[in-house]
Structures are given as C-alpha cells and as structure tokens.
Design a protein around this ligand. Structure first.
Ligand code: NI
Length: 230
C-alpha cells in the first residue's frame, strides 16, 4: 500500500492512490503512526481549542521566517514531507483543485504553507524542488527547521508525526503524519480544519473524519471569504 521507493512524479503517484482513497487510508495512517490523531474539528465553541501560534522556521529559499510574515492573507497550513508517497501529494492536489474552483482573485489570496515533518531530509533545497511539482499549488511555501522547532510548531497545531523505518526501501524511513489542512485567517487565527485524507476517529466510538474533496474545500474557502465580506 505504501509505495516503498522514493516518490516519482506526483501525478503518477496519485493514480496509484485512487484505489487507496477512503477507509483504507485510515488504516494506513493508524498503522503508520500507531495512534489516532489528537485533532478533531473544533467546530463547536465548547470544544474549540487553540491551534496555531508564533513560530520561526526556515523557508524553501533558506530565509528565516516567522508566523507574522504570513499575516495579511489567509493561510492553508499543512504538515507533510517530500518523501511522502501518498497523503501529501493527494492533499496538495486537493488544494490545487479547490483553489482552481474559486475566482482567480479569490484563490490567489490564499497562501499555502507546507511544514515539513521530516526536517532531516527536507532541506530548503529539497523543499524547493518538491514544491515545483506538477499539480501543486502555485503559491506554495515550504517550511523546515530544527527537530525541536518542528516539534514545537506541530504541537501548536495539534499535528502529530512519527518516523518509522522502511529498511527494504530506498527511503530508509517514512513519517506517518496527521493530514489536516488548517485554514488560518489573515491574522493567523485558526478558522477551520479540513481533512486532507480520511482521518481515523480521535477516540474509540467516534466516527472517522472524512476527507474533504476539492469541492468540499472550495466551498469551505468560499464560505470563509463570504463571511469576511459580510
Ligand atoms: Ni504525507
């Protein structure tokens, strides 16, 4: 199910993934990480939690950047890594397709930010190469940092990740990770999460969080823009 080799073209990988979408990926994520995600959609005020916060990381050009550098435009934040065989390319392509459904002047407002959960391999150069892949959002920023910086920012977002060895493959290890797309407003305040792929229930008995289709995501982003104008 997990492609053992170093990822090839994202489009090719996506084809392989069509058969994997849905419930199967829930099992994959659970198996990869050995645990269930600790983020659930904070849609009710009683369960609302603080997601996000200040960070200083290194972007794909090698520049040190802070959360405030992204203020002024809404942001779609996603945690992932360049060797990811399936979840990351799928999620990035979902974002691309959702943005393509919006009016161009609306779509270009959103900054898409991928924070690496594999900072040992995801150097700025590796991120820069990856971000230019076909089918990925045009306005995509990659962020990496020290292991400690990444651990801190992941905790702020309630994202989890866990390295696991894949000794029979080129990549040596992969990183299982949660796959939420966090919509942050132009002040960096958390608005709403969307599941990049179907996420397992946070607690036994809860229902899994279904993956947002490009359509779902586009509607969510449009709702956000409409509310802002109201
Ligand atoms: Ni991934």
């Amino acid at each position: 199910m997990i492609h053992p080799k170093r990822p090839g073209a994202p489009a090719l990988r996506l084809v392989l993934l069509v058969a994997l979408a849905g419930a199967a990926l829930v099992a994959v994520i659970a198996a990869m990480t050995g645990r269930t995600p600790d983020v659930t959609p904070a849609s009710t005020s009683s369960s609302a939690r603080i997601i996000g916060g200040p960070f200083t990381l290194t972007d794909h050009t090698g520049a040190r950047v802070s959360d405030t550098d992204f203020h002024g435009q809404p942001m779609l934040v996603f945690f992932g890594f360049t060797y990811c065989p399936d979840v990351c390319p799928m999620t990035l392509q979902t974002i691309t397709r959702a943005l393509a459904m919006l009016e161009p002047q609306d779509a270009e407002q959103f900054q898409v930010v991928m924070i690496s959960v594999d900072p040992e391999r995801d150097t700025p150069e590796a991120l820069a190469l990856y971000l230019g892949s076909d089918g990925f959002p045009a306005n995509l920023t990659g962020l990496t940092g020290s292991l400690e910086e990444i651990a801190t920012v992941a905790k702020q977002y309630g994202a989890f990740y866990e390295k696991y060895e894949t000794p029979d493959s080129y990549s040596e290890y992969l990183v299982g990770h949660s796959a939420y797309i966090y919509l942050m407003d132009s002040d960096g305040v958390f608005v709403e999460p969307f599941a990049g792929v179907t996420m397992p229930a946070a607690r036994p008995g809860d229902t899994p969080v279904p993956a947002a289709s490009p359509d779902d995501l586009a509607r969510g982003l449009q709702r956000f823009l409409d509310r802002r104008q109201a």
